[in-house]
Design a protein around this ligand. Structure first.
Ligand SMILES: [Zn+2]
Ligand SMILES: [Zn+2]
Length: 228
């Protein structure tokens, strides 16, 4: 499990929808300490006795838990038969990381909560078989929306979030030939729309809209299977 911002009840409901339970989870990886990512981690970990993993900086910010297993943000590590490569990202938290997972010669990239795109991100996300990528906001919707100025500046800043065009810019720098699934995530309910994300991404990378998945905040995403 990566991050958890939900109550135990809500998490259980979402897990059940996927046909799994907290007992099936072998580890929770925490990307950073913002509430929507860490708010539910400690209680869910305690409830099902799940070890929690995070960078040293993030680990120091996780409260109400006996111990956090800390990884070196610059080094890959293994959990079970999955190799995990942390990827440091520019975001306004202590030591935020996103991840690349490798197993059975397949590579999954998970990249949300980053305000800008680094060369390192491009390098590690190259040739993924599946990618979950942040499309947080549409620039015009954010600028003309109801967020206070300070929050607009935070979201748009280099340590904030990726807008649709930045996400597209990253996709265009990656080799997407191998991509079996592209999942667009962390989509703002106020400053973006699923339609806009689907339209702009499908046009930019010349793919069918139906091939793309946008995660709905309430519905989540069903299982996606990768063929080896
Ligand atoms: Zn977030
Ligand atoms: Zn965040």
């Amino acid at each position: 499990m990566i991050d958890n911002g939900f109550s135990i009840k809500e998490t259980d409901k979402r897990m059940e929808r996927l046909g799994v339970s907290g007992k099936d989870i072998s580890a929770i990886l925490v990307t950073h300490e913002h509430g929507d990512h860490v708010g539910g981690v400690a209680r869910y970990a305690r409830r099902y006795n799940i070890p929690v993993w995070a960078s040293h900086g993030t680990g120091a910010m996780i409260k109400n838990i006996d111990s956090v297993q800390c990884f070196n943000s610059h080094k890959s590590f293994e959990l079970g038969d999955i190799s995990i490569e942390p990827v440091l990202v520019p975001h306004d938290a202590r030591e935020p990381t996103q991840f690349v997972f490798r197993s059975n010669n397949l590579k999954l990239g998970v990249m949300t909560d980053t305000g800008s795109i680094t060369q390192h991100m491009v390098d590690v996300l190259m040739d993924c078989d599946a990618l979950l990528l942040e499309c947080n906001y549409d620039r015009d919707m954010l600028l003309n929306g109801a967020y206070p100025e300070s929050l607009k500046r935070r979201v748009m800043g280099d340590w904030g979030h990726l807008d649709n065009q930045q996400a597209i810019g990253l996709l265009q720098r990656l080799n997407t030939d191998r991509l079996q699934h592209l999942v667009l995530a962390h989509v703002s309910e106020k400053n973006n729309s699923h339609e806009l994300v689907l339209d702009s991404v499908s046009q930019a990378i010349e793919c069918d809209r139906a091939w793309l998945n946008v995660i709905d905040q309430d519905e989540g995403l069903p299982w996606c299977t990768l063929a080896g």
